[in-house]
Design a binder for this molecule. Structure first.
Ligand SMILES: [Zn+2]
Length: 379
């Protein structure tokens, strides 16, 4: 079992406080305004979106997700790894292409780094990555979302050894997926949906006041220490009170998968996301209330109720609700630094329908200025 180093004061594992910081403006990134933006989302919640899209469209999307995730992983490494490390990885990858034992040594080194990432992102455990004749094989244990993890694992190996795309096969049994990836010479056409993402320091963000109180020892917000519980031996983390499993990923990873699905499957994808998320929130509303510390409260649909519920948007890294107005029956929410408008519109309309027991329509402003206004009204 892994030895877990954690903060003596708040109990949060060190791998969390070293890699993630919850900012007052509703964003999650590395401490000191570094690195890519991160979102956290319920595993069941994300699975509901992917499976729901699959069902609505009537086509399997696993392979599309895997191919896109490979391209996302390339960009992730480009942005997150220091220049010298990337150059060394690629150089070694090229030099040792012919030696199987050296390749396996490289994989061991890369795997160590990848496991560190998977721990705090909560994706599950990778074991036994092996170089095969024309690709790799590996075992993925307790994967949060299997196609994302297949694409991520293969993508990091492909980056090193210079293979632009790969074809996946897998078999899943009792929480363990055995995968094999065959490397291909040509870049996947889905790579066109993935561009270099901006880091915290490259982005103009709007302000917000999430009202976090930070641990004086490790810097993690106490609200987060109260919200999540980590299990590093399973590379997973959970909401403390509901026990629901969560996972984290870069915000561009979350968005580029949907951008690709929209490009490949049709313009109605954002609308499908709204509907799926709305239904998910309604079905799980007791848990949503619990997450917002409102499990015992009676909600009447006042601005205060929505304010308390919408705190979870910032905890998940999807921006911050800075204005919440009830005008007659209409609910207007302004969100600064929104992570994904369709997803947020689904959350807010789902909360409205759960509380006010009526069907709604929802509209949003595109966030070209760094904010969106989401308006929910009864149908
Ligand atoms: Zn602490």
């Amino acid at each position: 079992m892994k030895k877990l180093k954690k903060c003596e004061s708040c109990g949060v594992p060190n791998f969390v406080s070293q890699n993630l910081f919850w900012y007052q403006n509703g964003m999650i990134a590395k401490p000191k305004k570094k690195g890519l933006f991160i979102v956290s989302i319920g595993v069941e919640e994300l699975d509901n979106l992917y499976k729901g899209i699959e069902k609505k469209i009537g086509l399997p999307i696993d392979r599309l997700i895997i191919a896109t995730k490979i391209a996302i992983t390339f960009q992730f490494i480009e942005v997150e790894f220091p220049d010298a490390v990337r150059r060394m990885l690629r150089l070694l990858g090229r030099v040792i292409k012919r030696s199987k034992s050296l390749k396996n040594l490289m994989i061991k080194i890369a795997l160590k780094r990848e496991r560190g990432l998977l721990d705090f992102l909560g994706w599950g455990v990778v074991e036994n990555i092996k170089m095969e004749n024309s690709g790799i094989s590996a075992e993925l244990i307790n994967p949060a979302i299997l196609p994302l993890m297949i694409g991520g694992t293969s993508g990091s190996m492909q980056y090193i050894f210079g293979h632009p795309s790969a074809e996946a096969n897998w078999e899943e049994k009792e929480g363990v997926a055995k995968i094999s990836m065959k490397f291909l010479k040509k870049e996947s056409k889905l790579a066109k949906y993935v561009h270099r993402p901006l880091t915290y320091s490259e982005t103009n963000l709007l302000p917000g006041e999430a009202d976090y109180h930070y641990c004086l020892k490790c810097g993690v917000s106490m609200e987060i220490a109260e919200f999540f519980r980590w299990e590093p031996e399973k590379a997973s983390f959970y909401q403390k009170k509901t026990g629901k499993r969560y996972m984290s990923m870069s915000t561009f990873n979350f968005n580029d998968i949907f951008k690709m699905l929209e490009g490949e499957l049709g313009k109605e994808i954002p609308k499908i996301i709204v509907d799926l998320e709305k239904e998910y929130i309604k079905k799980n509303f007791q848990d949503i209330k619990t997450e917002a510390n409102l499990e015992r409260g009676e909600l009447k649909g006042e601005e205060e109720d929505y304010r308390a519920l919408l705190n979870i948007i910032s905890i998940k890294g999807f921006g911050i609700a800075v204005e919440i107005k009830k005008q007659g029956k209409d609910l207007k929410v302004r969100i600064n630094n929104p992570g994904n408008e369709a997803y947020l519109a689904g959350i807010i309309s789902g909360m409205y329908e759960a509380i006010e027991k009526t069907e709604t329509q929802v509209q949003w402003l595109p966030s070209t200025e760094g904010y969106t206004i989401i308006t929910v009204s009864p149908k």
